[in-house]
Structure formats: C-alpha cells, structure tokens
Design a protein around this ligand. Structure first.
Ligand SMILES: Cc1ncc(COP(=O)(O)O)c(C=O)c1O
Length: 378
C-alpha cells in the first residue's frame, strides 16, 4: 500500500465531478460561442452555470469570473494585465509589492514585469512565514500599483491575513491580487467582502480537473488581455472555452466549499496526530506557524539525516513532497526564507492530507518516518 499524502501538489478528481463533465466531451460537443443552434446554446448555458458556481464559491458575481487554464495563467493575466493596463492609461503608479515566499507562478511574472519597467519590492516574512503588516504598510508608497499575496502557502500551509492586507491596500489606493490556488475550496474566502480585487485559483487543487482555473476580477478594473483572438470571456481571455473542464471546475469548487468545514475538522485531527507522533521522535521541527494554517498541511525538517536518503526510504510507502520538489530540484525558496539551510530544506517533508486520507494512512506515514529516521541516524 502506498499512501498518497501530496494533496497540495494535486488532488484526485472527485468522481461526481467526472460524472458532471462526462457528457461535454463528445455527446454535447458544441462550441459555447455557437449561439446559432441549440447544442451551442446548451454548451453556453453549461459554461454560465459553472461561472455562477465559481462566483458563488468565492462570494462574488458571475461577471467577475474569467476562465483560464489554471492558476499560473490566472496569475499571469492578473499581474501582467493590471501592469499593461496601467501603462496604457499613463498611470504614474508602477511599483509592485509581494512576498518572498510566493509561488513561482507569481514571482516569475513579477520578475518579468520588473525587467519591463515595473519596480518590484519583495518583502520578507517572519520565522513563521507570515507577512509583517507594519513592513507592508511602510512599503505602500504613493508609487505602488498592486500588492500580490497568496492566501495559503503551497509548502508550509500558513495563511496570510488577507482581510488586514486588503484594508491596508484600500487605505493606500493600491490594488490587491490574491493567489488562492491552495485556499479556494479549503477555507472560507468571501472575495468581495474581503476587498480583494483579483483572485486566482486552479481546478486540480480542489478535487477538480487539471488544466483549468479562473481569475476573478472586480468589475470595471482595467485589465489588459494577455491572450488575443476570438474575444471570448468578454475579451479578457480569448480561445474556445473548455466546456468539460469549466463544468468540472464549477462542480468541484461547489462540492469542496460544501464540505470544507467538515474536511478541515477531520484532516486537522489527523494532521495533529501525525505531528504529535513525529515530534515525539525528537530532532524534528515544524516549518511555518502552528496557526493560522491549512488543516491538511504539515511541513517539517528532520535533523541529522541526509535529505536524499530520507526521501528514498519514504517513497517506498508514502507519496510526500520534499523541500525541493516544488521548484524542480532546486532548494525551496520558502524554507530558505524561514532560515533553513540547503541541507535542512532537503531533509524536509511536506505532508498534504486530502479528502480520502484515512487514519490507517497516517499510521503508515508515522511508521515510515520513524523507521527511516531510525535507520539513517543509526
Ligand atoms: C500557490 C500556487 N499558485 C499557483 C500554482 C499554479 O497552479 P497550476 O499549476 O494549476 O497553474 C500552484 C500550484 O502548485 C500553487 O500552489
């Protein structure tokens, strides 16, 4: 038996989501832009139903939703779209502000924009991985155009104080983008009420299909399209809308939001048991603040073992992520920001529990780590 404990990398598609998607692959193949016949109108109606589901899951209206291929594309559209629109209207605000622990799907577009005339301020985080609100406010000078902060970190699971950040942004006339790829469908997120201007999410992080996501945008916010063509998504993202995928995204998010409270309670209990048994081994430290954090995440560093050897032993019985997996082999910039050395990052383990995780799998993970650490420490 292999226990899959890497749900922050990807979640299994909910069987009910697969069922909802099924007719839209072949039986109902029409293009949702074909408004001249019934099959086309029916596909368009399915897309609009999915749009309403996504909007409702995030506490907004359907007009806020732009379907994309995932959170990476949504982040690129948000950041480059806002910057280019500001350039077009001769806006004097140009500076972009974000955190050093953001996902590369935010950091890379920000660095791209920096090379194209948009100064970038990347703020450090405290030892627990949280933003310093005073430092953030101090960074909000009159030239700042946009702040981008993730709701939940993909490696260490900590939750940033989005409501407080949104208040600061509003006070200083700055736009706020939130990468919610790890948060949507996992924690309550009322985007409009929070005062967030742009929000990205991804289907496969919340029990939906891969290859689909959305950017939610406050109506009227100037945003330059990054993909040009047939004018779909009200000109904000051209290309035929992937009907089965957006139907899957809508269904997955609706279901994830419906059971997120129950899931967090159950998985939080399993995660706490995992942590208390692993902590008892000794020489194991948790990465990231104990709270606020996602209930299904635990990230820890094992002292006195070689990271590569540790993960070689673990992969025999559990699927987890190491402190390097997220950035394709290079050590985690998130763990580095928390002060972890290269060797410590390599000897780190990210557990991502999910809807199907059982107590038996947690027991298996505890045994796997205990035996591997015992063997490597001699
Ligand atoms: C916080 C965060 N943002 C963005 C992404 C990118 O999502 P996708 O690969 O689905 O585009 C991920 C995926 O790991 C993520 O964890």
């Amino acid at each position: 038996m292999l226990a899959y404990l890497d749900h922050q990398a990807s979640t299994p598609c909910d069987p009910a989501v697969l069922t909802a998607m099924a007719p839209w692959w072949s039986e109902q193949c029409a293009n949702p832009s074909s408004r001249g016949h019934r099959p086309g109108l029916s596909a368009a109606a399915a897309v609009e139903r999915a749009r309403a589901q996504v909007a409702a899951a995030l506490g907004t209206e359907p007009g806020w939703v732009v379907f994309t291929s995932g959170a990476t594309e949504a982040n690129n559209l948000a950041l480059k779209g806002v910057a280019e629109a500001a350039l077009e209207r001769g806006e004097r605000r140009r500076t972009l502000v974000s955190l050093v622990i953001e996902h590369r799907a935010v950091l890379d577009p920000l660095h791209y924009l920096e090379r194209h005339g948009f100064p970038l301020r990347l703020l450090p985080v405290d030892g627990g991985g949280l933003v310093d609100l005073e430092a953030l406010e101090a960074a909000l000078s009159p030239d700042v155009l946009l702040v981008s902060v993730m709701a939940a970190n993909n490696e260490i699971g900590v939750l940033q104080p989005i409501a407080a950040i949104a208040r600061l942004c509003r006070r200083h006339g700055v736009l706020l983008h939130v990468d919610a790829a790890q948060a949507a469908g996992h924690i309550p997120l009322a985007m409009a009420e929070l005062g967030v201007d742009l929000l990205s999410l991804s289907g496969h992080k919340c029990y939906g299909p891969k290859g689909v996501g959305a950017l939610l945008v406050r109506p009227g916010l100037p945003l330059a399209a990054q993909i040009h063509g047939g004018g779909q998504e009200e000109g904000r993202r051209a290309g035929t809308v992937a009907v089965p995928l957006v139907v899957g995204l809508g269904e997955a998010l609706a279901r994830a939001v419906a059971d997120q409270g129950e899931r967090a309670g159950r998985l939080g209990g399993l995660r706490d048991r995992l942590w208390s048994d692993l902590e008892a081994i000794g020489g194991i430290a948790r990465n990231g603040a104990a709270a606020p954090r996602l209930a299904h995440n635990l990230n820890l560093t094992v002292a006195g073992v070689d990271g590569a050897a540790l993960h070689r032993l673990l992969r025999r019985s559990i699927a987890v992520s190491s402190g390097s997996a997220c950035s394709q082999g290079s050590p985690s910039h998130v763990l580095a920001a928390l002060g972890r050395s290269r060797a410590e990052a390599a000897a780190s383990i990210r557990f991502g529990l999910g809807r199907g995780t059982t107590a038996v799998e947690i027991a298996l993970a505890i045994t796997a780590v205990r035996e591997a650490v015992g063997q490597l420490r001699g």
